[in-house]
Design a protein around this ligand. Structure first.
Ligand SMILES: [Zn+2]
Length: 455
């Protein structure tokens, strides 16, 4: 084991350079113009996995390919773990808010800035580096590992579910390990035991058949932008609660134990406000900020557009207005049931003067796993060895839809061992990855295979 840790240390500079190479690919899955970049990125990853000694396949899907990389199998009966990651990234827009170009990595202090640095390229590369270390130092791995690294996570993992369905047999495993989430501070490692789910919808309000002169027609027809704004305003009350009948019906209340655990996480209201640049915090009454953003359901408007956006004024009644919405869901809400409740409410709210079209987006169920299982305890020990600190237990506000697919197709629980920091700007301009988290993550992964295999 010492040889593995030494190798990780000796090769740290090269690992950072390789992460720089990896984030140079603008593998933006939401934008079809980047399709060739996704293929190139998957190709680079396949080559990389082969070079470090993994048996690697680039598996085509209806969408972007999945990279499957296995440690050489020698001898049956070893535990088997799947490590999941994704090589696709979020769009980098708005470009003007980046201090340096999103796909030209920049290192400042211990931070590596680039789109995809922490979400998710740096995080799964840490696991690949740990495995490389075992293979190159000829240290016996106490388990078999299969890496499954996909290219559609940021757009709902559409192809991976089918991929898992057809590859169930060779992916059957004792547990899945995912590092695609966060820890509160770099000196505070964490095991995440719950995730929020998601439901995405897009609303389009149609008014007149074309943009109209607001002087000639204004006042005689409804304004779709106004109608949409009024409709949206009725979906959340002033206290921060979602105003859709039945929305809270299936929410499992937080236990006293959970509330105590969540209260252990560091939080300063003033620092939080300053960090986010808001004049005051907001949220559902009766819950702490940590509970609000990890353990309570929400509604958000993600995008809102209508009418003229160019220079100067243009006096029109726009023909249409559009809004992108997402709901974050908690156990045991389901996207299907919430979608139905929402549609019923929208039907009630939509005035007869406009036509409302609802486009269904992706959905994912929330996730909850026991933080006291043997695997969870093993992961906590690995975190403690790597970070030299007592880990905390936490919930994550984000969604990793594939976690439920792993449960469904492989009947395997997922250990969420995130390496990202709260100020890593995932999905925002100036995304970064902390290089200390990178090296701690490699060590954590190295310990993890021993701990999970009971060695
Ligand atoms: Zn993401």
């Amino acid at each position: 084991m010492q040889a593995v840790l030494d190798y990780l240390k000796q090769n740290e500079t090269r690992f950072v350079n390789e992460l720089c190479d990896y984030v140079r690919f603008p593998s933006v899955s939401a934008q079809s113009s980047h399709k060739p970049d996704l293929n190139d990125c998957a190709g680079w990853l396949t080559e990389h996995c082969r070079r470090i000694g993994l048996e690697t396949e680039l598996c085509p899907t209806a969408g972007n390919p999945v990279v499957v990389a296995r440690t050489p199998r020698n001898g049956a009966g070893k535990p088997h773990f799947v490590v999941y990651g994704h090589y696709d990234v979020q769009p980098a827009e708005p470009f003007e808010l980046w201090k340096s170009k999103p796909f030209e990595p920049r290192i400042e202090g211990r931070s590596l800035f680039a789109r995809g640095a922490s979400d998710n390229k740096g995080q799964h590369l840490a696991h690949l580096n740990a495995v490389e270390s075992y293979l190159k130092t000829k240290t016996k791995l106490p388990c078999d590992l299969t890496f499954v690294i996909e290219g559609e996570e940021e757009v709902g993992s559409k192809s991976l579910a089918g991929f898992l369905r057809t590859n169930t047999k060779r992916l059957r495993c004792d547990a899945v390990v995912i590092s695609d989430n966060g820890i509160p501070r770099k000196d505070l490692p964490a095991l995440t035991y719950a995730l929020r789910g998601i439901l995405a919808v897009e609303l389009v309000v149609h008014g007149p058949s074309r943009d109209l002169h607001s002087g000639i027609y204004g006042g005689s027809v409804d304004n779709p932008a106004m109608a949409l704004s009024q409709l949206l305003a009725q979906l959340r009350d002033k206290k921060g609660r979602v105003a859709v009948p039945g929305f809270y019906e299936d929410v499992v209340p937080l236990s006293a134990y959970e509330r105590r655990q969540l209260a252990r996480l560091p939080h300063s209201e003033a620092a939080y406000r300053k960090f986010l640049g808001v004049p005051e915090c907001f949220g559902e009454k009766g819950y702490s900020a940590i509970e609000r953003r990890t353990a309570r359901p929400t509604i958000e408007i993600n995008g809102l557009t209508s009418g003229y956006q160019g220079e100067g004024s243009k006096t029109i009644v726009p023909s249409w207005a559009r809004a992108k919405l997402t709901f974050r869901l908690v156990p045991n809400q389901t996207p299907e049931k919430i979608r139905k409740a929402l549609l019923a409410r929208l039907k009630e709210l939509c005035p007869p003067t406009v036509r409302l079209e609802v486009e269904a987006g992706h959905g994912a169920e929330p996730y909850l796993v026991s933080p006291t299982s043997e695997h969870a305890k093993a992961a906590i020990r690995a975190l403690k060895s790597a970070f030299n600190r007592e880990p905390v237990l936490m919930r994550e506000g984000g969604s990793i839809p594939i976690v439920n697919e792993f449960k469904k197709h492989l009947q395997a629980d997922t250990l969420l061992l995130g390496l990202s920091l709260p100020d890593d700007n995932a999905h925002s301009p100036n995304e970064k990855f902390d290089l200390d988290c990178f090296s701690h993550g490699m060590r954590m992964s190295a310990y993890l295979w021993q701990e999970l295999s009971g060695q």
